[in-house]
Design a protein around this ligand. Structure first.
Ligand SMILES: [Zn+2]
Ligand SMILES: [Zn+2]
Length: 333
């Protein structure tokens, strides 16, 4: 037997419990995990009325080494160091798969959601979308890149701003603090927004030129800075989305990232007369993920990661729900 963080029933607290050591089916590999980050989307999955797989091992931000290779897996061998992301499997033939946008494949399978995830001593996952991870990157620093880093990088790219333009980033948690660094790397002026002053201080230390408390951000961005060219919402809050919309300048882009089971009323007249674009952004491209690892390896971007033992998972989920985690919480195995 071994240990894993398991959602035993919908809308119940996650528990750490003994499970069988999994055997890889065809197309799968068994990975001895080194580290796995905890993502707000794990909470989202735990809160669903009907998740696709129950009981479910959570986690989609893992680093480990291949231990056993299942039938029909080519290109991976025991000892290879790999990263597990939310994207576990795709059909390979739909219009999105064929155009490098596999993350929008309607047939996709997702780690810690529709297949078992990486918050486990041993993870058994499809080999199809595993990413190779450089040996010299510490596992705790690399794990947050598999979801937080990838997603933040993709969202900043989707904002489509050029150097010196202002990007407003709402939510300075696991994704936001990485997005500050990717935006700075692109030469953007970063306005960081959060409810917590200590998270704004972290954003300042990472290069945010402007830091604003939530609730004041839209008004002050308009009045003092001429509005944002794009606003990206990492905070799981409809109020944050509303404020992000109001912080945009004309022809600005609102990029939605955090998953919120809610709606926000789109101010139609403003959207039309100001030429506003509203778009969702989910993960990123394969090239984005490779660039995310290169930027970490070269020291350009650093994840603020705090390592905990597996038995800390239930407490960390409770803290995350209260918005009390700084940077990324990572489980070390
Ligand atoms: Zn995630
Ligand atoms: Zn597909």
């Amino acid at each position: 037997m071994t240990l894993a963080a398991v959602l035993e029933a919908p809308q119940t607290p996650v528990v750490v419990k003994a499970v069988e050591v999994p055997e890889p089916a065809a197309g799968e590999v068994r990975i001895k995990m080194e580290a796995c980050g905890i993502c707000h989307s794990d909470l989202f999955v735990a809160g669903l009325a009907r998740p696709p797989l129950i009981p479910l091992i959570l986690g989609h931000e893992g680093i480990g080494r291949v231990e056993t290779v299942g039938a029909g897996v080519a290109g991976l061998a025991a000892g290879d160091r790999v990263g597990i992301t939310f994207l576990a499997g795709t059909c390979g033939i739909c219009e999105w798969c064929r155009s490098g946008r596999e993350r929008y494949c309607p047939q996709q399978r997702n780690s810690g959601y529709s297949v078992h995830g990486a918050l486990a001593v041993y993870a058994c996952v499809p080999a199809q979308h595993l990413i190779r991870v450089p040996d010299d990157l510490p596992a705790a620093a690399a794990a947050p890149l598999c979801c937080a880093g990838w997603t933040a990088y993709g969202a900043v790219r989707e904002a489509q701003l050029g150097p010196d333009q202002t990007i407003a980033l709402f939510g300075m948690g696991g994704l936001g603090h990485l997005a500050v660094q990717y935006a700075r790397h692109r030469g953007l002026r970063v306005a960081a927004v959060d409810v917590a002053e200590e998270k704004l201080a972290l954003a300042r230390s990472l290069g945010a030129a402007i830091t604003l408390p939530a609730g004041e951000a839209a008004r002050r961005l308009q009045k003092e800075y001429g509005g944002a060219g794009a606003a990206v919402v990492f905070a799981p809050s409809a109020a944050a989305i509303d404020e992000a919309f109001r912080s945009l300048k004309r022809t600005g882009t609102l990029v939605l990232v955090a998953l919120v089971n809610d709606r926000f009323p789109l101010p139609i007249v403003d959207a039309v007369l100001k030429g506003i674009t509203v778009r969702g952004s989910f993960l990123g491209t394969r090239q984005d993920l490779e660039e995310v690892f290169r930027l970490a390896q070269s020291g350009v971007v650093r994840a603020e990661a705090h390592t905990h033992a597996l038995d800390a998972v239930p407490g960390l989920f409770a803290k995350m729900e209260r918005g009390e985690l700084m940077g990324r919480a990572v489980i070390g195995f």
